[in-house]
Each structure stands twice: as structure tokens, then as C-alpha cells.
Design a protein around this ligand. Structure first.
Ligand code: ATP
Ligand code: MG
Length: 405
């Protein structure tokens, strides 16, 4: 017998009263996005549950995808069975025979949602239990904590049997907490910051600064691949590429080396904030971690943050590197992050950046630059694409294009 569908239980959102349907619809859309890599699959949702209809897709693969989607409390694979007693008996016999091991205990928990069905739940428990004894005479029934609790539900269209509950990722469905702009480099920290924001329901858009020809297409692809990894937790993500070459060259030509980093970061912050405003985001998210590098002393953070009053969320700010790496490994971004493509900051990085930049000096150096014009041109040049979880398909297309050229 093969699983026909998966029943999904909601997490924290079930307590959210009035907003409940909004939460559920978001989660449904997120599940659809994530499962778009299995084109056969269909998703529905009502107030109590969501259902994934496999329609031929491999249960094990779909389950792997479901395990990491935020907002799912748990889920159970389900067998769909014809709604008559003989079919039900045969099904429980087949399922239990497949599961059986020496000393196993079990119980049947029948539930009759369709009250026109000929047997009530008590009768069903007995009759189906007996059917199991017929094929497994040595099995023991046990009401409290049996090894297998076979749940049988009679609904109007069919009967459903399940026995397994798999823990979901918890958290909140992505998109239920509003939108934030994730400053995404190709490094280890910012994807982890993005993941942690997703976990609390933030809908992220990835903002990536690229400085071709100083940065390579490889660095850009790396940022896109990291974004694609993040789509597994809540669906598609807008990827915003910002042309940053002009600004970096200007700063390099006109400001003292020790202040390159601070000035660069202030531009990134201004531009991200401008994009946020246009796209109706509420916060900025970055991967800053206290004390990790020169840009991340508290003095630096203050100088960089001074260009905006928008809340800047730093999910990894007090974590140490090893903690961050642990998460990066768990979410499968680490291997991509350590690919050796230089991003714009490494290339223009001074040997000895200022660890305690003075805002007064920073502002003085900025008078040498056309800050407003530079920001405006960068924002005008952004390129936006939607990143979806469909990896293989996209890679195949990329490969084809490479082969043709
Ligand atoms: P990460 O591992 O995320 O690159 P990092 O330890 O290298 O972080 P920095 O290089 O100082 O730290 O960058 C601090 C933060 O600034 C990053 O976490 C990211 O949020 C943002 N940032 C840096 N470079 C870029 C970029 N090219 N595009 C977008 N955001 C960037
Ligand atoms: Mg970096």
C-alpha cells in the first residue's frame, strides 16, 4: 500500500484567533511554493488541517521537504481506503503485517466523521482489532502508549488510516510577521541570519551588492544559491541585485583607506533602506556578529547604523562563530558559503580598517562624494528576480545555456 496524502497540523498559529485564516492561507501558499519541485502534488487547507495530496509523488521526498517548513507543528502520512468494512479490514491487516515485530503492542483509534457510516467508532475499534488478530495472533492490544496507534477516520468521501506522526519545524509561517530586507553577502553569517528571521515568520527579500567586474559571476551565483536554500523554509524569495561598482570605485578614489569599510557599509545601509521603503518592508536584517571583524565593533555598528532610523535586526549578533557555523551546517548553507568567490567587500577591504570610526570624520569624507546621486543610481539599477526552490530544473536550464554558448 502506498500513502496517498499527508495531513498537516498547524503550530503556534492555532492560537491566533481572528488572524487564523490569514495565517493558514499563508502557510498553504508557502507549502505550495516549497512543494513546487513535485509538480504532481496538490495542497488544500481548512481551519483545522492542511492536506497534501501526493498523486504519485514519493512520500519520503515530500516528507523531507515538509519537515523544514516553518509553521507546521507535525504531520502524518495517510492511506486512503475505500469506505467499506471489508476494504478497511484488508487495509489494517496489510499495514499491521508490514509494521509487525515480535512483542509489538497496538491499538485502533477509529473516528467516524461521517455519521451515516454503518459502524460507529466503538464497533470499528473491535472489528478492525479482530481483523488484526486474525493475521497476527501474537500481537498485544494496549490502550496506553501502544507501539502502534492505528488511527482510522471515516470521512464522507473515503476512509483514512495513519499511524505515524512526524515533528515539523515549528515557528511561524513565513510572511505572517511582515517583510524585512535581508542584506545577503556570500558569507556564512547572513544566510543564518535570514534563516532565523524566517523562523519568526518574517518574509525576507534578499539584497545583494555586486561589483562586477571586481566580483565574479560565481559570487553572484553563490548568493543566489544561498537564497534558494532559504526558500525551503517558507517558499519563494525575491532576490535583489544592486550594482555597487561605481560606489566602491568612488570611495576608493576619494576617501582614506582606513575608512573604506565604514563608508561602504553606510552606503549599503542607505541603499537597502531605500529599497525597503519602495518595497514596503518594515525592517533590515543583516549578519553582523559582535566583535567578529573590524566592521563589527560596537563603534562601527554605531557609525554604520547612523544613516537610518529603520530597525536593524541582527539575529546572530551575540553568537560566536562556531554557533553560527553549526546552524549553517544544519541548514545546508555552509558548503556554499565557503566556496572561494570573493565578494565586493573582500576585494576592496583595506589591510587595516578602522575599528573605532568617528562619525564626524565619516561625515567629513562623505562630503567629498555625491552621496545622494550615487544612492539613487544604485537603486535605479537594481535587478529583481524571484528565486524558487526548483533547483534541478533551474540547474538543467543553466547547464543547457552554458552548453549552447
Ligand atoms: P557574512 O558572513 O554574512 O558575509 P561577515 O562576517 O563576512 O558576514 P561582514 O563582511 O562584515 O561580515 O558583513 C556584515 C554584514 O553586512 C553581512 O552579514 C551582510 O548582512 C552585510 N553584507 C556584507 N556584504 C554584503 C553584500 N555584498 N551584499 C549584501 N550584504 C552584505
Ligand atoms: Mg562577508
Amino acid at each position: 500500500m502506498r500513502y496517498s496524502e499527508i495531513m498537516i497540523r498547524f503550530g503556534e498559529l492555532s492560537t491566533k484567533g481572528k488572524n487564523k485564516m490569514r495565517f493558514i492561507n499563508k502557510l498553504k501558499k508557502n507549502i505550495q511554493d516549497v512543494l513546487s519541485i513535485y509538480p504532481e502534488v496538490r495542497v488544500t487547507a481548512d481551519r483545522d488541517r492542511a492536506h497534501v495530496y501526493l498523486r504519485g509523488a514519493q512520500y519520503e521526498e515530500v516528507a523531507e521537504s515538509l519537515k523544514v517548513i516553518f509553521g507546521i507543528q507535525s504531520f502524518s502520512p495517510v492511506y486512503k481506503v475505500e469506505k467499506n468494512v471489508d476494504a478497511l479490514k484488508a487495509a489494517v491487516q496489510e499495514i499491521m503485517t508490514g509494521l509487525y515485530y515480535d512483542g509489538m503492542t497496538f491499538k485502533i483509534s477509529a473516528k467516524r466523521s461521517d455519521h451515516n457510516f454503518e459502524l460507529d467508532s466503538r464497533d470499528l475499534n473491535f472489528i478492525l482489532g479482530d481483523a488484526v488478530y486474525d493475521v497476527l495472533p501474537n500481537i498485544q492490544a494496549q490502550m496506553k502508549q501502544p507501539d502502534v496507534n492505528l488511527q482510522v477516520e471515516i470521512r464522507s468521501e473515503a476512509a483514512y488510516i495513519s499511524h505515524e506522526t512526524i515533528k515539523g519545524a515549528g515557528g511561524l509561517p513565513v510572511g505572517t510577521a511582515g517583510k524585512g530586507m535581508l542584506m545577503l553577502s556570500g558569507g556564512i553569517d547572513s544566510p543564518v541570519a535570514g534563516y532565523l528571521a524566517l523562523k519568526r515568520g518574517v518574509d525576507i527579500e534578499a539584497v545583494h551588492f555586486a561589483s562586477p567586474p571586481y566580483t565574479s559571476p560565481g559570487a553572484l551565483k553563490k548568493a543566489e544559491d544561498l537564497t534558494r536554500k532559504l526558500t525551503r523554509f517558507g517558499g519563494n524569495i525575491q532576490f535583489i541585485e544592486v550594482p555597487f561598482t561605481e560606489i566602491q570605485e568612488e570611495i576608493k578614489n576619494k576617501a582614506p583607506e582606513a575608512y573604506l569599510m565604514t563608508l561602504t557599509r553606510r552606503f549599503m545601509m542607505r541603499i537597502t533602506d531605500r529599497i525597503r521603503e519602495e518595497r514596503k518592508g518594515l525592517v533590515i536584517i543583516n549578519g553582523e556578529s559582535l566583535g567578529q571583524v573590524a566592521s563589527q565593533t560596537m563603534e562601527s555598528m554605531q557609525a554604520i547604523n547612523a544613516v537610518t532610523t529603520t530597525p536593524v535586526i541582527r539575529p546572530v549578533v551575540t553568537m560566536d562563530k562556531l554557533e553560527i557555523i553549526d546552524i549553517a551546517q544544519a541548514i545546508d548553507t555552509f558548503e556554499i558559503s565557503i566556496q572561494p568567490f570573493e565578494d565586493c567587500c573582500t576585494i576592496f577591504a583595506p589591510d587595516r580598517p578602522k575599528t573605532n570610526p568617528k562619525i564626524k570624520n565619516v561625515e567629513q569624507y562623505e562630503t567629498r562624494l555625491d552621496v545622494e546621486g550615487l544612492v539613487e543610481r544604485a537603486v535605479a539599477g537594481i535587478m529583481i528576480r524571484e528565486i524558487t526552490p526548483v533547483e534541478e530544473a533551474q540547474d538543467a536550464v543553466d547547464q543547457l545555456i552554458d552548453d549552447l554558448l
